[in-house]
Design a protein around this ligand. Structure first.
Ligand code: ZN
Ligand code: ZN
Length: 465
């Protein structure tokens, strides 16, 4: 049995790990690489394997860096089934369509900017039609229900506590090659205990092999409890100077957590009573409606809140802007406001218009609440660039920039250590989904604290299990 990674090896995005066992080729996640546009286009267009040879895909969660290349896989001849939880399936339906829309507009934009390519038109990576077709391959499964994928290969999805529907995937295998029983746990993206909305991540008791994310392998986040009060202070000081709070947020999970947090702050009178809140992302609004339908996945706190009659995702000053016109109207908004928009890494979507309009005014605040990959506009802003390029023009970054990591949906360093150390019988830990400065120290700690071997997975280099 061997495992080869074609993405999210020595980097965070583009999660794609191929498990070859008992004559089957099982792909764990099929994500998009996100980063510098040109590199992304090239990397995403070519798989490191023949798509038609893949038998099945197991998807950990709906984030695009874990699912976004499924339409390409289908387009290139994949004929198998994509397994994921029911909530992930519902979320993929809207998220893959949105991703296709971004691919299409990117290709159009590129063609406009490079008229010399007119004879060889730039094709989008995939179209909305491709995304729709790929949904026919999906099969939703229940959490905690062990099922037989193939004879001798059983699969179980467990709560990962990262985003709605997110799963830690467990495979129990009888390896025909050496006759041994082996268990593999793939963390996908591991969440954190006590995150709002979601249940805490499942803790596996035993496993032979662990394929573990390492986004924050060497860093702890601020405690979750600090997020909401800090957010209140940011909103109040920005409102006092008459500015706007701009929050680039992933449409999935982060936006809903923000709405819920703002709801709590409003309820407790901690933020100005009538400050308007705009969700300027049709995708985020659609996803919020999916959240409303999956009440069975809420943690106890939220279940109770619903029982008492108020919906955590609704409040009177909250507006969802649907049309482009409504979104454009926000440019002329006078006075304090909170605008939550996507994409989270600021590379696409309406957020770029809000940044362009608001970055140069010191009254405003940009609140960064999510992970920013290398070479993205978000990373440049986090790294305190004085000027950034948006739509071919340079803008001075004069607004206050606050990085609010307590909202992170990823396990921090201590959470990862506890998770790994609580698993008995580990032989090998394969670290993926992390840049080297995060995975290297994590690997050292695993070697020191457990008897397991720790490998930092390199792209396209098979590892024997
Ligand atoms: Zn994720
Ligand atoms: Zn991820």
């Amino acid at each position: 049995m061997k495992l080869t990674s074609f993405g999210a090896a020595l980097e965070v995005t583009g999660s794609q790990h191929l498990l070859e066992v008992n004559g089957k080729r099982i792909l764990l996640d099929c994500g998009l690489f996100q980063g510098h546009r040109k590199t992304a286009m090239e990397k995403n267009a070519e798989f490191g394997f023949d798509a038609s040879t893949i038998d099945a895909v197991l998807v950990s969660h709906a984030h695009i860096d874990h699912t976004g290349n499924i339409p390409t896989l289908v387009k290139r001849g994949f004929q198998g089934v994509v397994y994921c939880t029911h909530a992930t399936e519902s979320l993929c339906e809207v998220m893959l369509l949105d991703s296709a829309h971004i691919q299409e507009s990117d290709a159009e934009y590129f063609a406009e900017k490079h008229p010399e390519t007119a004879l060889q038109p730039i094709e989008p990576l995939y179209t909305q039609e491709d995304a729709e077709k790929s949904m026919d391959h999906f099969k939703g499964v229940d959490y905690n229900e062990r099922f037989e994928l193939y004879p001798g290969i059983d699969v179980t999805f467990r709560e990962a506590g990262h985003v709605l529907g997110s799963a830690i995937i467990r495979l129990d295998i009888k390896d025909e090659e050496d006759g041994q029983e082996k268990s593999i746990v793939f963390t996908g993206d591991l969440g954190r205990a006590r995150l709002p909305i979601l249940n805490d991540p499942h803790q596996p008791a035993r496993a032979d092999y662990l394929i573990c994310e390492s986004t924050y392998g060497n860093r702890n986040h601020d405690p979750i409890e600090e997020g909401i009060p800090v957010l209140a202070r940011i909103i109040n000081r920005t409102a006092e100077r008459g500015g706007k709070v701009i929050i680039p947020a992933f449409a999935l999970e982060r936006t809903q957590e923000l709405i819920y947090s703002l709801h709590l702050l409003d309820h407790e009178g901690q933020i100005p009573k009538n400050i308007p809140i705009y969700i300027d992302s049709p995708l985020a609004s659609t996803i919020t409606s999916i959240f409303k339908k999956h009440k069975e996945l809420y943690d106890e706190e939220l279940q109770t809140a619903f029982k008492t009659g108020h919906s955590p995702f609704e409040m009177r000053q909250l507006k969802h802007t649907a049309s482009v016109e409504e979104s454009k109207d926000l440019n002329y908004l006078i006075g304090p406001a909170i605008i939550i928009s996507a994409s989270g890494m600021m590379e696409a979507g309406r957020i770029r218009h809000h940044l362009k309009n608001n970055l140069e005014d010191p009254k405003n605040t940009i609140v960064v609440v999510g992970y920013q990959a290398e070479d993205t506009l978000g990373r440049k802003i986090v790294e305190q660039a004085e000027k950034v390029k948006i739509f071919d023009r340079m803008y001075d970054v004069k607004a206050e920039v606050v990085i609010l990591e307590s909202f992170s949906a990823h396990a921090g360093m201590d959470d990862l250590d506890t998770f790994v150390q609580s698993i008995e019988g580990l032989k090998k830990v394969i670290l993926v989904h992390g840049e080297e400065d995060q995975s290297q120290p994590f690997a050292e700690r695993i070697k020191e604290n457990t008897g397991a071997e720790a490998i930092i997975q390199e792209p396209m280099v098979p590892v024997d299990l």
